[in-house]
Design a protein around this ligand. Sequence first.
Ligand SMILES: Cc1ncc(C[n+]2csc(CCOP(=O)(O)OP(=O)(O)O)c2C)c(N)n1
Ligand SMILES: [Mg+2]
Length: 551
Amino acid sequence: MNGAEVAIGALRREGVRHIVGLPGTTIMHLIDAAGRSPGMRYLSVRHEQVAAFMADGYARAAGGIGVCTASRGPGAANLAIGVHNAHAESIPVLALIGQVPDEIYYREAFEEMDLVRFFGPITKWSVEIHQPSRIAELMQRAVRTALSGRPGPVMVSLPLDVQTAEAAASYQASARPIPPAAPTAAVEAALARLASAQRPVIIVGGGVRGPGYSAGLLKLAGRLAIPVVTTWLRKNAFPNDSPLFCGSLGYGALAATEDVVREADLVLAAGCRFSEFTTGRWTLLSPGTALIQIDIDPDGLGRTYVPDLGICADVSQAAQALADAAEEAGTSPPPGRAAWAAAVRADYQQQASPPGPAPGAAPVSSAELVAALRTVLGATKATLVQDTPSLGPWIQRYLDFAAPDSYYASGGGSMGWGFPAAMGMQLARPDERFITVSGDGSFWMVAQDLETAVRERLPVVTVINNNFAFGNTRDRQRTAHDGRYLGVFYSNPDFAAFARLLGAHGERVDSGSGLVPALERALASGLPAVVDVIQDRHEGLPPGLLPPTAR
Ligand SMILES: Cc1ncc(C[n+]2csc(CCOP(=O)(O)OP(=O)(O)O)c2C)c(N)n1
Ligand SMILES: [Mg+2]
């Protein structure tokens, strides 16, 4: 076998069945080996950022690793945005990159680039393999590293002559480490505090990983009548129809959601890293609020808020242990807590009822768009993938997700993540439907890959909230630069016609009443589809909300 075949064989042994990339001299052997590997599907995209975002979406929806590939230099640089985003979001992505042959390295060879240094700060591990005999070992370790503990992206660079060299297929067993469990003493101490607190709250974050909801968290919150909020963009980490759910924190959070944390005497942080947005720049927790923090990563414990009790454990396991201990001990909430929790939820529900569409304000208002999405998602059980900046807070506030794994959003900040991520999710869950919502600026960064969606039969429905503007940045100029608009308005092509030109389904919607039928037709077409929703140039955030830090 050659090195490329050994590398692909190692990925196969780790369960990888999809590789997304864009060809280039230094990865042709890898692509060839993938094509000849039974059950392995290789797909080319039209820009490497799309490959990385697809791998990210695949990883999220499959609950495993997503693999993307690119050639050295320019290909690698194009891939980097998606690797950065995966790093910011702890998503297990493997970036497999071809490198100039070792025999000509360090001479500024064509497209030569120090890949290990370039990717070092944006990966969990960055490695270049120089010995053909070590390919299997290091590839398998790369997969384990990406998936274990706090997950994250890994970059593996394979010089061309290492790929073509004779190599030994010395694979290892595919074992995953058993995640750490909460020690009994910690469980008992945490339970005692949770049982006696007056106004406790659980903050659930991305450390609680699917598929499915955490049964332990559901049982714990229910048994002890503890309100639950989620971190920014993780609204689907807890069922939104639970009588204990009180919204999601972060940019655009409702006051009722923030208040339940501000007024808490005890916070249980379950897989929550206390990000800048979730905590409103670290202003959310009140002095004197006691903190129990559970995190799989010891480095995450106390990084920003120092807990009174820090437990290094798998979050779902620890929650289950707490719930079981409460059951065994017959622990019940103190008198009055259930009534208080119900009142907190009622407050939240009142604020979460969406405002009516602003009459005549725009061709299609964001309120109308959110209402249409609610109708269509409810009827079709499609999964929502949120890309868009300005519509994000509308979704966060006014759309509920009651089924597990039915909503994904990215807090890494990369425009253009949504559509490719949804394509990756579609690869992972081919029998389900995915609707992605993108800003027009964001969609146009990745629009060329509608061709990929058509070619590879990935029937993602993309809804564009088309305000002919970088709306989020426009709002900064409105609020922080006295309305001196520069570089934020532009024209767009007819996105629906563009979609049809590529063989996709395309529709333009310029009235609120046209939304639901258009979305239904887009789903029924069975094709990749674009629904271009025309909005006012100034349509954007919910009333009164400013972009973060633009005040
Ligand atoms: C790759 C990238 N470039 C720039 C930014 C900065 N940025 C954040 S939001 C935004 C505008 C987004 O415009 P659009 O996608 O049309 O969404 P809208 O706010 O108009 O709904 C920009 C430029 C970013 N987040 N990511
Ligand atoms: Mg826009």
